[in-house]
Design a protein around this ligand. Structure first.
Ligand code: PEP
Ligand code: CO
Length: 460
């Protein structure tokens, strides 16, 4: 039985536990809100269990196939979006700008390296955050930490910080509208490669990276015109539409369980809240509720791997999360920090390679490189981001594994949250447009700059 796992009972006997979408409830779940009103939470869970799924199992399988190509070294994963989506900044422009910068990055990666980019947004569900401390104390008042708009609100007041289960419904509704718009943008003309030039936003276009992008876009336009001139139609869905998938950290398991449904074609369980879901660095305990939930769903899944992960832990995670060794099923998202990347990652890569696990390796160069600036802003330096990605490529090349992708926090907007980059953001600029609700994101220029640097690494 693929979904069963051997567990030790209290008496020491080995018992086989069959997975269901609720077996996680028998395990301990880290980083969960203290819901003050359990009957209300249960009511919401019931409601969400009956709403339509956000994605279809077949789409999740498509993504798994694309990721299997990444695992083989034939494609590259670009996973990107907000650290935390907001209920407040919810409008079509923000969604379009995020999509636009991801499309631009994908074009740069594909055109420069010839490797197809699999595009996955941290979007349409990225509403819950694990925090380093469960509570925050200001002037002697202790309140629950902000855990993302799916749980509570950011202002430091008792009513804002009180976890409210109705927010799960709002997260579902916002995810639904976001997905609807993403589907319209990607299939309805906005993502047509003929418009590659138009994706360059004004504040990006004036920068060096923007100008470099303009030159690349002109070459693509010329190639499309050449195709037409030779009688080959460039009006294929592969050119006029983009394939775009959604993902988020599966932190609030009541929400994930409620959206987990049996696929009528295969009779298997899929978490229909997103195409891909991942386990965060703080919730990847082997005996914990998150690993238990994720091992049973059939979606492609991710798991963050930080500097404290041991080789044995990672091998066990591979065994538990992908016992059938299905390519594309498991993406390990490493976030070692620029200083640890070589020494931290090498033994893990070697062990997973030797064990024959077909994982996708993605580099999250953001979460291991966060610090607080003198101005009091949580930030990251663009140079550290590039340093971690460069180290990621070299250590993979040394071990003979495929540096399969990047996982980054970005926004299409002209924010000043990360330092450095081509048109440098300086410490004194951080306060100007620091808009993130959680971690600092690359702005459109920095994101494009990173894409060019990754494309060069891919091309070597
Ligand atoms: C995140 O991706 O926003 C996050 C919290 O990352 P990690 O689990 O790697 O700390
Ligand atoms: Co983050």
């Amino acid at each position: 039985m693929a979904n069963s796992i051997a567990n030790r009972s209290d008496s020491g006997d080995t018992v086989t536990v069959t997975w269901t979408p609720e077996t996680w409830r028998h395990k301990s779940a880290a980083h969960q809100p203290q819901w003050p009103d359990i009957p209300e939470l249960e009511k919401v869970e019931k409601e969400l269990a009956s709403v339509p799924p956000l994605v279809f199992a077949g789409e999740a399988r498509d993504l798994k196939q694309r990721l299997a190509r990444v695992a083989e070294g034939k494609a590259f994963l670009l996973q990107a979006g907000d650290c935390a989506e907001s209920f407040d900044g919810f409008n079509a422009d923000a969604i379009r700008e995020k999509l636009r910068v991801i499309l631009q990055m994908a074009v740069v990666l594909t055109y420069s390296s010839g490797v197809p980019a699999v595009k996955v947004g941290r979007i349409a569900g990225q509403f819950a955050k694990p925090r380093s401390k469960p509570t925050e104390t200001v002037d002697g008042t202790e309140l629950p930490s902000f855990l993302g708009h799916m749980v509570n609100d950011l202002p430091f007041s008792e009513s804002d910080r009180r976890p409210d289960a109705q927010r799960l419904v709002q997260a579902y509704n916002q995810s639904s509208s976001t997905l609807n718009l993403l589907r319209a943008f990607t299939k309805g003309g906005f993502a047509d490669l003929h418009r590659v030039q138009a994706w360059n936003q004004e504040f990006v276009a004036s920068s060096n990276q923007g100008q470099r992008y303009t030159r690349l876009a002109s070459e693509i336009n010329r190639a499309l015109r050449f195709m037409e001139a030779t009688g080959i139609s460039s009006r294929h869905p592969e050119i006029s539409e983009a394939e775009f998938f959604t993902s988020h950290e599966a932190l609030i398991l009541q929400y994930e369980q409620a959206l987990t449904r049996v696929d009528s074609l295969t009779d298997e369980w899929y978490d229909c809240s997103a195409h891909m879901v991942w386990i965060g660095e703080r919730t990847r305990q082997l005996d914990g509720a998150h690993v238990e939930f994720m091992r049973g769903i059939k979606n492609p899944i991710g798991c963050k791997v930080g500097p404290t992960a041991t080789v044995d832990e990672v091998l066990s995670l591979c065994e538990v999360l992908n016992p059938d060794r299905e390519p594309g099923r498991l993406t390990l998202i490493t976030r070692m920090g620029a200083d640890n990347i070589t020494d931290g990652l090498k033994p893990i890569l070697e062990a997973v390679r030797d064990a024959g696990h077909p994982v996708v390796w993605a580099c999250d160069p953001m979460h291991g490189n966060t610090f607080t600036s003198d101005t009091g802003h949580k930030t990251r330096h663009f140079d550290d981001v590039v340093r971690e990605v460069t180290g990621f490529f070299s250590v993979h090349r040394a071990v003979g594994t495929w540096p399969g992708g990047i996982h980054v926090e970005l926004t299409g907007d002209d924010v000043t949250e990360c330092l450095g980059g081509g048109e440098e953001v300086h410490p004194q600029d951080l306060g100007k447009r620091y808009e993130t609700m959680c971690d600092p994101r690359l702005n459109g220029r920095q994101a494009l700059d990173l894409a060019f640097q990754v494309a060069e690494l891919l091309d070597q």
